[in-house]
Design a protein around this ligand. Structure first.
Ligand code: SIN
Length: 294
């Protein structure tokens, strides 16, 4: 069977896993897989195909400790450490993201693609729900291919050769430590020795595996366009940010305890919703080595 997912026709011929699309834009639940066990070659191939086609995939009811999460993350790429948080004991590639009832600020509560300020931004992210609020704490995702394709030809010509300057501290006047210190649980693992980072990447990025073009710009990290001032760049960065997050380009993942999601930072953005003031949310995160965006 072939389905139309937004502008793309997706081959739904999966034999060893079950794939249930989440919205018409992106996202799919994968069933019939126990990630704590070794997958067959066919399962591995089909899970990887679903990852490329749906950009965000998730698996319910998984039982994974930090080591197993890092090990299954290797299905998608090479797990690496995160520059601003230390890893869990004995497993440096896995780190905890915890928001307690006392914390106001959440981690990732703004549209972004992970670590776009690095010279080689993280290719993908593998997030496991250890503890979730009864309601709230969902994550939104946006399909940046769709956002690019929906631009007018005139706007495509404007953005085609733009280079974005992405800065790790854009949202943190006074430094990351200042903001992170409001996340009481994360303060403990904040690696304050890490330096701020800045990298230049094309605003229109071609995915190395699918060959599709997507927008690679965010209000969270893109400070300005190369050869333009911050003030000159602001309006277009704001327009593109709003455009990428249009509802028809998005999906919303409602977490359950023991859900594991994997997303492709090369063609998506995400936003962790901070709507669970009196609850506890505990996630475990592993990120994957990326390449220089072109
Ligand atoms: C992130 O931005 O990587 C975290 C997303 C989340 O906690 O939902």
């Amino acid at each position: 069977m072939v389905i139309n997912l937004a502008f793309e026709k997706i081959d739904m011929d999966y034999q060893s896993i079950k794939v249930n699309p989440l919205t018409g834009a992106l996202g799919a639940e994968i069933a019939g897989v126990d990630l704590s066990k070794k997958l067959t070659n066919q399962q591995q191939e089909e899970v990887h195909r679903a990852f490329l086609d749906f950009q965000v995939i998730y698996f319910r009811d998984q039982t994974l400790n930090a080591e197993q999460q890092v090990s299954m993350a290797r299905l998608f790429g090479n797990p690496i450490t995160y520059p601003y948080l230390s890893g869990v004991d004995g497993v440096p590639e896995a780190h905890e993201i915890v928001k307690t009832p006392d914390d106001e600020v959440n981690f990732g509560g703004v549209w972004h693609s992970d670590t776009s300020y690095k010279p080689k931004p993280d290719m993908g992210t593998v997030l496991f729900a250890v503890e979730v609020p009864e309601a709230g704490g969902d994550t939104l995702f946006a399909n940046t291919y769709l956002a690019y394709n929906a631009l007018s030809n005139g706007m495509k010509a404007v953005v085609e050769d733009l280079i974005g300057i992405n800065d790790s501290e854009k949202l943190y006047p006074g430094g990351r430590a200042n903001r992170i210190s409001k996340l009481s649980k994360m303060k403990d693992s904040y690696t304050d020795g890490s330096q701020p980072m800045q990298s230049e990447h094309p605003i229109v990025r071609t995915h190395p595996e699918t060959g599709q073009k997507g927008l690679y710009v965010s209000e969270a990290h893109t400070l300005s366009f190369k050869d333009m001032t911050v003030e000159e760049s602001k309006p277009l960065i704001a327009f593109l940010g709003e455009h990428i997050s249009r509802p028809e380009f998005t999906c919303r993942l409602r977490w359950q305890k023991n859900t594991l999601a994997v997303w492709d930072n090369r063609c998506t953005q995400h936003f962790a919703v901070n709507d669970y003031r009196n609850s506890y949310r505990h996630m475990r995160r592993v990120t994957l080595q990326g390449e220089v965006p072109v």
